[in-house]
Design a protein around this ligand. Structure first.
Ligand SMILES: [Zn+2]
Length: 261
């Protein structure tokens, strides 16, 4: 019995020995060779992609929310949706500065364009004047054409004590752009963190909603920044001050840098 076990063990060891001798020689080397080729070619592809990226940074789409006159005519709030919403709502205004939201979002968008171009990005704005009539759906479509990401700029309105900044991002169950959720969510968190760190504003976090027309029509990662409360005296004055605007613009640009890092 002992002998038998011994010879079985021996046979097993021999087989194992034979396998270690044979296996490494033929298939592994062939496999190794293939791997080496693959690694070299993917490395090459990566290098050319990286150098291409260095030459051409992404194109950032910015939508300064609202416009000189709102448009209450309706449009579907998503592709194929039966829910109709106003093409462009009126927006809020500054309790202290009396500045309309559409003017504030335009000021920040124009300064942000300059800042981002200085950092090597290309920038597309949905509007560079207040005297336009562009619906939220049309704004999304314009940015879809040539941009890599879309950032929608707004300011909040509520009771006088509400203060701070927040993002509005679509959910992972959005019927139109669920596939963009991870990227949109990353973009949202990069921007709100950098924005609040640059401005010292209260970070109200990310609100998730799927009823925003300008977001639902997007085909690129998209987020909406509520830059602060125009109905709060302190936020309102800060957002119209030179120091405040410089910090706001730096914060948003830093957030975009962080997203692409
Ligand atoms: Zn707004």
């Amino acid at each position: 019995m002992k002998r038998l076990i011994g010879s079985v063990l021996c046979a097993g060891m021999l087989l194992a020995f034979a396998m270690t001798q044979v296996l490494p020689e033929v298939p592994v080397i062939a496999k190794g060779g293939t791997l080496t080729v693959e690694a070299a070619s993917s490395k090459k592809a990566k290098t050319s992609k990286t150098s291409k990226k260095k030459k051409q940074k992404p194109t950032i789409g910015i939508d300064p929310g609202h416009q000189g006159r709102g448009d209450s005519a309706k449009e579907p709030n998503g592709p194929g949706s039966s829910v109709m919403k106003a093409k462009v709502a009126g927006g809020t205004s500054g309790v202290s500065t009396k500045k309309p939201e559409y003017q504030l979002t335009l000021e920040i968008a124009l300064a942000l364009k300059t800042e981002l171009e200085g950092r090597g990005y290309k920038v597309v704005l949905t509007r560079d004047t207040n005297d336009v009539s562009i619906s939220n759906k049309e704004r999304a479509e314009k940015l879809n054409e040539s941009c890599d990401i879309a950032i929608r700029l707004h300011a909040d309105g509520a009771g006088s004590s509400a203060t701070g900044a927040s993002m509005q991002c679509h959910t992972a169950k959005n019927p139109y752009i669920a596939n963009l959720y991870e990227k949109s969510n990353k973009l949202s968190s990069c921007i709100i963190n950098a924005y609040c760190s640059a401005t010292g504003m209260k970070n109200r976090g990310i609100a998730y909603r799927d009823d925003l027309t300008g977001t639902n029509w997007s085909t690129i990662p998209v987020t909406l920044l509520e830059m602060g409360f125009m109905t709060n005296t302190s936020d309102d004055n800060y957002m119209s001050s030179a120091t405040g605007q410089a910090a706001m613009v730096k914060g948003i640009a830093d957030g975009i840098d962080a997203y692409y890092k």
